[in-house]
Design a protein around this ligand. Sequence first.
Ligand code: FAD
Length: 300
Amino acid sequence: MKDLAIIGSGPAGLSAALYAKRANLDVVVIEKEFLGTGQIAESAQVDNYLGLCGISGFDLGEKFRADAEHFGTEFLEGEAVSLEQKNGVWIITLQSGDVIEAKAVIYASGASHKRLNVSGEEKFIGKGVSYCAICDGALYRGKTAAVIGGGDTALDDALYLSDMAKKVYLIHRRNEFRGSDKSVLKIRSRENIEIITPANVTEIIGENRVSSIKLDNGREIILDGVFIAIGMSPASDLVRNIVDLDENGYIKADETGITKAAGLFCAGDVRTKKLRQVITAASDGANAAVSAAEYLKENS
Ligand SMILES: Cc1cc2nc3c(=O)[nH]c(=O)nc-3n(C[C@H](O)[C@H](O)[C@H](O)COP(=O)(O)OP(=O)(O)OC[C@H]3O[C@@H](n4cnc5c(N)ncnc54)[C@H](O)[C@@H]3O)c2cc1C
């Protein structure tokens, strides 16, 4: 039996592995993607991770994985499909049927951005289509961008981008925004934000990069980038009946990663938090590993 099993080898899981190995724990990391390093592998360039600004997301993930390997982390490729605790032992079943037993678990399964599912979206990810204004907004200084969505994230993204972009379109499928009235008021007062409602994007167009979008009202908008902010889906199904989730499906936990289930910790994008980024995921992993080490000590 392992001391600790970590589900997910994104920045949170890999950071947790590094801290856990340094605390002398017997650790296994379970990851469903071949040599996966999480969402960051999809990012063309990471400009906000301290000390490594400008690195590609793929290379950053590889560095994280190499660091976890350096301390002797064991990796197992496979998808965890069930998780239960019996007599104080956590039992993880993989899709292959293999079973892993561990005294504690860190659940670092991440989240994914919801897609618009329109033509051109997949093709232009990283080439004008982004799901993260804080990550990529600086690339649109003096340029034109659109934000798609009507919740708080979309409103915040539009405000954030309008501080640097020449022009921002905020496009929402309904007339009313779900986000806060305060943000809507701020948006209405910004001269470089144009609100277009109700409207749906039907196509994202370009050659090598995004150059325009088409709306279902027939309008075509010439622009440099599209920020899709229609929500995220946390990968929390596996623990739905074990821990508390908030209304959006995120695991309720503070930065210690402690959940209501003894010996089950969470880290990274899958937990309730303000900012979902590499730096906060890595920080979560470190904290959750320390929490797990303390739990193991108290329960040995
Ligand atoms: C396109 C893009 C660009 C981004 N750019 C930036 C940026 O520039 N700067 C920045 O700071 N952040 C950026 N982010 C956000 C950043 O990547 C995330 O905040 C971060 O990766 C979260 O780390 P995590 O470890 O919590 O989760 P993830 O990175 O999502 O990793 C979770 C891992 O768990 C695995 N997993 C899930 N369920 C299971 C299961 N049941 N069994 C086994 N494995 C499982 C997944 O395969 C995945 O590898 C970007 C995100 C995207 C999508």
